[in-house]
Design a protein around this ligand. Structure first.
Ligand SMILES: Nc1ncnc2c1ncn2[C@@H]1O[C@H](COP(=O)(O)OP(=O)(O)OP(=O)(O)O)[C@@H](O)[C@H]1O
Length: 816
């Protein structure tokens, strides 16, 4: 059975006769464009622009090219998959036998196609082929040979012959290649032609189309320029005068590349079999397509997926947790350690025995059938009745998204409850269609609408009220705001930001929620957006821009919504939520963000398992782990709904650990995923020390003194933060390596708890100027009240609005 796709418009074709010789095309469906708009026939069919594929490319070559849009008489159109290349033999080795049959095409190889100029505008088929006139698909069952004729009576179409070299265009590239290969030496060329040819090869080397298509014969991107260079040398050494002239006549153009490409393919198949074999192996081992097939046991189950879809504070998690607690055996997958701890406490308090499993701790509660874990720690081996995956929209997180994807695809649970906003609803629908799971959607609205206070704080922190949460996006800003509020008002501030241990964040949240103390204002970073039960009356954005590691950018709308949504909580002291900004000028942006619908996510994250990386590593030798990850990133194949999660952080650690000898690949992989702040040199130093001791096979020491008391200044506070992170890292490593290699995990846990306490104590009395861990960070602007805040968004936002309104006006004019 062969499928011939002949794309419209047929009116340009005069007649195409396809002779198929008892063979099948391996990927004929790739024929995308037989007749281009500009040229009646493109010399070689364009293969559709697809992301990486290693399916064979089929080519149709004919004598026509851009300058000669007419054809006359009968000519031959070659339809062929890359001649001598068939996908692979049983051993996965590519077969590069050159064909020997009369017309140079045999069963797996080529087809000879004839073009005739006839004047009738119809399609006729002989043999057993059938024709679908609608989309030009000709489907033929092939026994010995079939002749398919496509005719069109457009008499404008002709074929121009010029000079003595035009016959080259229609020559079979396999023959042409052999001719070149067997030639003694090249014909003499003029300087001018020579220069043009150099330019053509330069164009070839830089052609994205060619390098992309070369992947189909397993010529990798990194090897492609070398291959072209060698091909150029070969071509210059062997090329006969007519071929040279013909290529020169095409100039540095796509037509020239498309003419040369099949010859290049033949050359590569013969010259670089080892390179091709190596790259083919590499590609196969970096295949991340069809991730749902990685979990056959989950696929064997009939799972019921319930998507609790809605904004924050709408009761999604509450309902999912009700089912979880009713189940005989359940797992709750949390985005944060903190939230896993909250659920662990809550569920146990309800009398349902529940254990806790995070990267840093395993708390087993006797007789428990329930588990609360962080999403990275989820087991896809155990069987559950009910699973809850919280904040499912984090599947699209650029760094951690893979953990949610893995949990959704791999969890072996009869019922899986997903809680999140609607941004990934469509992609979950698609995934369920792939996995065969039954999807139920439950849509939610906020219990009470969030109200925007138009008055704002008018730029004055004196207008802060009890129950306010002032949101700032850097540690420095948080402490400055806290200082300013405590100086200018009678309020005392609790503080929450990402670098604080979960225990300290919880302690600060409790202090804030408790009415019987003076701590009635919270100053927090975006870390407040998830996980904590807080009694917030009003969320005030100190600013709506943040430093993204590179520059200051507006806070994304989805994040603004998530944070603002923390105001007002059912059953709390403030059931009605308010939100506003410090500066009047930021208000429009806030309103705009809250108005925006959730943006639909098109791709979700994936990351290979260690076994996949190991398989890939088997294809490469003498490269560092960091290079290995880079290569994997370059060569992995993904389906359209997935992206490879960013792993810059992992690569940075991998680079640092390069000097540590004696670590296995698996050890490196594990060390690289340890939770470490890569911008904190002290924390990085400790990780290096742990890895070195581990590699020497000695028990790894904590080797870090306990601080004497709470912090007296910001440097001491930073030191406490770092110490806690290092201990947390030690605990993480103790759970990811053999117990005896990190024998002081208990001690680390005790120390970490003590430091979290000290941090809590330090924060309640902190009234010092913050220091920066990073000197490279740009200095924010200083405002009149002495409180530093990043550049306001207003100018940027106003400019955008102005541009929009101008565009709108000019549109109105056009319409008028
Ligand atoms: N049916 C209910 N009865 C009592 N309290 C409820 C009910 N539904 C929700 N709540 C309470 O309302 C608050 C918000 O609910 P929940 O945390 O489930 O919302 P959510 O939509 O998951 O929001 P977020 O994404 O912010 O977690 C919680 O304190 C929860 O205990």
């Amino acid at each position: 059975m062969s499928l011939f796709r002949y794309c419209k418009p047929k009116k340009y074709a005069s007649r195409v006769r396809v002779l198929l010789l008892n063979q099948s095309f391996s990927s004929f469906g790739q024929y995308d464009r037989l007749v281009s708009q500009n040229h009646q026939f493109s010399p070689i069919l364009d293969v559709p622009n697809r992301p990486f594929s290693t399916g064979l490319i089929n080519l149709v070559r004919c004598k026509l090219h851009s300058q000669s849009v007419k054809f006359t008489g009968s000519d031959t159109l070659y339809v062929k998959p890359f001649s001598s290349f068939s996908e692979s033999n049983d051993n996965g080795v590519c077969n590069s036998t050159v064909v020997e049959s009369e017309c140079d095409f045999d069963a797996d190889v080529g087809k000879s196609v004839e073009l005739d100029n006839v004047d009738e505008g119809c399609v006729s088929v002989s043999g057993s082929a059938s024709v679908d006139e609608g989309d030009g698909v000709v489907d033929g069952s092939v026994s010995d040979s079939i002749v398919v004729e496509l005719e069109n009576g457009n008499n404008d179409v002709g074929f121009e012959t010029s000079g003595g070299y035009m016959h080259v265009a229609s020559q079979n590239p396999v023959e042409l290649y052999r001719e070149l290969r067997d030639a003694e030496k090249a014909a003499k060329q003029t300087r001018c032609d020579w220069d043009t040819m150099q330019e053509i090869f330069q164009y070839f080397r830089n052609s994205g189309w060619a390098s992309n298509q070369a992947l189909a014969i397993y010529i990798g991107l990194s090897f492609f320029p070398t291959a072209v260079h060698k091909f150029q040398n070969f071509f210059f050494k062997k090329c006969p005068a007519d071929v040279f002239k013909y290529v020169v006549s095409l100039g540095p153009s796509d037509d020239a590349i498309k003419f040369l490409f099949p010859i290049f393919v033949e050359y590569c198949l013969e010259e670089f079999p080892d390179e091709i074999k190596r790259f083919q192996g590499m590609i196969k081992s970096a295949d991340l397509t069809k991730p749902h097939t990685w979990f056959p046991f989950a696929r064997a189950m009939k799972r019921k997926i319930i998507y609790h879809c809605g904004p924050t504070n709408s009761g999604k998690t509450y309902n999912a947790l009700q089912r979880y607690m009713e189940a005989k055996k359940g797992i709750y997958c949390s985005p944060l350690r903190l939230l896993a701890m909250e659920v662990f406490d809550k569920v146990n308090a309800h009398g349902v025995y529940c254990s806790l499993h995070t990267g840093q701790e395993k708390k087993y509660v006797p007789f428990s059938n329930h588990i609360a874990c962080t999403v990275e720690m989820v087991s896809t081996d155990d069987l559950y009745d009910v699973a809850v995956i919280d904040e499912i929209q984090m599947m699209s997180d650029p760094c951690r998204g893979y953990a949610w994807t893995r949990a959704l695809l791999g969890l072996k649970a009869d019922e899986i409850h997903l809680c999140g906003d609607p941004s990934v609803l469509n992609i979950v629908r698609n995934i369920c269609a792939c996995t065969g799971d039954e999807l139920h959607e439950h849509h939610y609205e906020r219990f009470k609408q969030l109200v925007v206070e138009a008055k704002t704080l008018l730029g004055d922190l004196k207008n802060v009220r009890s129950g306010d949460c002032v949101v700032a996006f850097s540690r420095r800003e948080i402490f400055e705001v806290k200082m300013a509020i405590e100086k200018q008002t009678n309020h005392r501030c609790c503080v929450i930001y990402g670098a604080l241990p979960p225990e300290t964040r919880r302690q600060q949240a409790t202090l804030f929620n408790d009415q019987d103390n003076e701590f009635d204002v919270l100053v927090a970073s975006d870390a407040v957006g998830m996980g904590l039960n807080l009694n917030i009356r009003r969320v005030v954005f100190n600013t709506l821009s943040k430093y993204n590691g590179d520059k200051i950018v507006p806070v994304p709308a989805s994040q603004v919504k998530q944070i603002a949504g923390r105001a007002g909580r059912r059953g709390s002291r403030y059931p009605d939520g308010l939100t506003t900004t410090l500066q009047l000028e930021d208000l429009d942006y806030l309103i705009e963000c809250l108005r925006q619908p959730f943006e639909e996510v098109k791709k979700v994250g994936l990351f290979p398992f260690f076994e996949q990386v190991e398989l890939f590593a088997g294809q490469l030798h003498n490269i560092t782990f960091c290079q290995l990850l880079e290569k994997f990133g370059e060569n992995c194949r993904l389906d359209g709904s997935y992206f490879l999660c960013r792993h810059d952080h992992v690569k940075k650690v991998a680079n640092m650990l390069e000097k540590v000898q004696g670590l296995s690949l698996e050890d490196r992989f594990n060390f690289c995923f340890a939770p470490v702040n890569i911008r904190d040199p002290k924390a990085m130093y400790h990780l290096l020390r742990f890895a070195s001791a581990y590699s020497q096979k000695v028990p790894v020491n904590i080797a870090m003194g306990m601080p004497k008391g709470s912090a007296r200044n910001d440097a001491e506070l930073l030191d406490l933060e770092t110490k806690h992170q290092v201990l947390s890292m030690y605990m993480w490593l103790s759970h990811h390596f053999k117990e005896e290699t990190f024998p002081y995990a208990k001690k680390a846990e005790t120390m970490a708890t003590d430091i979290a306490d000290l941090l809590g104590q330090s924060l309640t009395k902190a009234n010092w100027k913050p220091e920066s861990r990073q000197s490279a960070q740009p200095k924010p602007q200083r405002t009149e009240d002495g409180n530093e805040r990043p550049r306001s968004l207003v100018k940027l936002y106003e400019k955008k609005r102005l541009e929009k309104s101008l565009q709108h006006k000019s549109l109105e004019k056009v319409v008028a």
